[in-house]
Write a protein that binds this ligand. Structure first.
Ligand SMILES: Cc1ncc(COP(=O)(O)O)c(C=O)c1O
Length: 306
């Protein structure tokens, strides 16, 4: 996860010098917000997928956490991401912008500190392993409940929200599964540890409504691609046993992309292999991020200057 430079508060700083003091409130209390974005190498060079939407979500996350005035807006952050990739000379990479509390805030009042910014980039490998895209993954329903929407703000990528995901994912992997499916506080299916979830039954695609989940940008992209193919896509609460009787299940996320879930709690989903609709959407997503789909022109931003 090394690179040459990290963009810190407007400057490109050598990787080794981009450090955070031990007495940082962000470290102690999880007072930061972040994004996960990907840059893909396309025929026209490196392109960032849905850069604007990610930076907008970052700024919204900061506002949800309680930052009132930020020194950088969406357009400046978009430009900073491009500058960081160019400086590191990556053709394809993961982009990690962070806004965190510094210079105060140990008294638990966000207004007593300042918002610091950073953008790191690194080369990325398949998040759920090389075989996941073709073969799908095995999941369990986690013993950990997704945050109640009035205790942690689920629309925001707040660093302090993530121990919930980390504990669920760690438990699932220790139990021999690849990923955790989490239920919300009412017991309905919410999302995976860092992916949104979809089920398919009789040709209709269902996904949980946005109330208790992160509104994934891949989720939205795949819903648009699916409707473009003529599928009905419904946002609807779903129970654990609706997972068990689905024809297909898949997850979506910037890191994972579109991955079939072929088993839940030791029950085979459909044929136990990636289903045809999941494959069609996975192919369309891969084409889109690599600049080969009609949507690519509006969703992909070139890294090159000018
Ligand atoms: C909890 C959670 N749900 C869903 C997602 C998927 O969101 P996106 O498609 O924007 O990457 C993520 C990743 O950011 C996440 O952390």
């Amino acid at each position: 996860m090394t690179s040459k430079f990290i963009w810190i508060n407007g400057d490109l700083v050598p990787f080794e010098q981009a450090t955070i003091p031990f007495l940082s409130p962000a470290f102690h209390y999880g007072l930061g917000v972040f994004e996960g974005i990907r840059c893909y190498n396309t025929e026209t060079g490196p392109n960032i997928f849905r850069l604007r939407e990610h930076m907008q979500r970052l700024v919204h996350s900061a506002s949800i956490l309680g930052f009132l005035d930020l020194p950088y807006g969406v357009a400046e952050l978009e430009e900073a991401a491009k500058v960081t990739i160019r400086a590191n000379e990556f053709a394809e990479c993961y982009i990690r912008p962070v806004i965190h509390l510094a210079e105060g805030g140990m008294n638990l009042n966000i207004a007593s500190g300042k918002a610091y910014f950073g953008i790191a980039v690194w080369e990325w490998t398949a998040y759920l392993g090389k075989e996941a895209a073709d073969k799908g993954v095995r999941c369990n329903v986690s013993t950990y409940t997704r945050h109640h929407l009035n205790s942690m703000m689920t629309k925001a990528k707040i660093t302090g929200n993530y121990p919930n995901s980390v504990m669920a994912k760690t438990e699932s992997v220790r139990l021999g599964f690849d990923e955790a499916i989490m239920l919300d506080a009412q017991g309905y299916v919410a999302e995976c540890s860092s992916e949104n979830i979809f089920i398919i039954r009789d040709g209709v695609i269902y996904t949980p409504p946005s109330a208790a989940i992160l509104e994934g940008i891949t989720r939205e992209s795949v819903m648009i691609l699916a409707r473009g193919f003529g599928y009905e896509v419904l946002e609807q609460q779903m129970s654990r046993d609706q997972l068990y009787r689905a024809d297909e299940i898949f997850m979506t996320g910037t890191a994972a992309e579109v991955i079939a879930i072929t088993e839940v709690d030791h029950r085979k989903i459909g044929s136990g292999r990636m289903g045809p609709i999941t494959r069609q959407l996975q192919d369309a997503y891969h084409e889109t991020v690599r600049g080969k789909h009609a949507r690519s022109a509006t969703w992909c931003t070139p890294v090159s200057a000018g």
